[in-house]
Design a protein around this ligand. Structure first.
Ligand code: TYD
Length: 211
């Protein structure tokens, strides 16, 4: 089972991934957690190039291609092999991030970005994608609360960029039933409960098909 988590920066994905991993491990499932960009030797190198503030001259096209190259390594060397071994693979971001950030956010040609992602992910299509939705004012609030001195290159972009990214996710979620939109303003434990409910609903459907 392949589950991805999406949303704008500071939406709370990482916390939910930790909670879901614990839940699945308690149920004796094998779990592999990955994050994007990164996760393989080559992908981590690409991550450093992408997030390095010194690289402010990076064109939007280069950015898209680097995220995609990093993802391609991850799909072939980690995701597909683990899925074959019946792991639950939980990914902090995946191809929808490129569609939302580079396609909607940076306004690159949307149909090209989507076809490129299809090419990159191949058979690694997520079973479920949890989109944690928060208003952009909340992003600003969480950013200032965390008072991260070292915001990365993309996090320092303006908030209207995040607004475009959020709208992109909303569009994507409407167009595909694998998306589950969750209100990211709810308390952490309520979000976790909703994720478990949705996962069990999905697993119930698969069991029915198997019978
Ligand atoms: P990261 O520090 O991992 O952020 P987060 O923990 O919020 O996911 O940095 C990833 C940044 O890169 C984040 O701002 C989202 C952005 N990103 C893209 O623009 N396109 C992509 O395809 C991916 C995977 C991430």
């Amino acid at each position: 089972m392949f589950i991805t988590f999406e949303g704008v920066d500071f939406c709370g994905k990482s916390t939910q991934i930790i909670l879901l991993k614990k839940f699945l491990s308690r149920r004796n499932n094998k779990v592999k957690v990955i994050r994007e960009p990164g996760g393989t030797f080559i992908s981590e190198k690409i991550r450093n190039v992408l997030l390095d503030k010194k690289n402010h001259q990076m064109s939007d096209e280069t950015e898209l291609l680097l995220f995609s190259a990093s993802r391609s390594q991850l799909v072939n060397h980690v995701i597909l092999p683990y899925l074959e071994k019946n792991y639950y693979v939980l990914s902090d971001r995946f191809h929808d991030s490129s569609i939302a950030y580079q396609g909607y956010g940076r306004s690159l040609n949307l149909s090209f970005v989507k076809s490129l992602q299809k090419f990159v992910i191949g058979k690694a299509i997520p079973n479920l994608t949890f989109f944690l939705d928060i208003p952009i004012e909340e992003v600003a609030l969480r950013m200032s609360k965390i008072k991260k001195v070292n915001l990365d290159r993309i996090e320092t972009s303006k908030l209207d960029f995040y607004e475009k990214v959020r709208k992109g996710y909303v569009q994507l979620a409407k167009s595909d039933s694998r998306f589950i939109t969750i209100n990211g303003m709810l308390p952490k434990k309520d979000i976790h409960k909703e994720i478990i409910t949705e996962l069990e609903k999905y697993e119930g459907k698969i069991d029915v098909y198997k019978k």
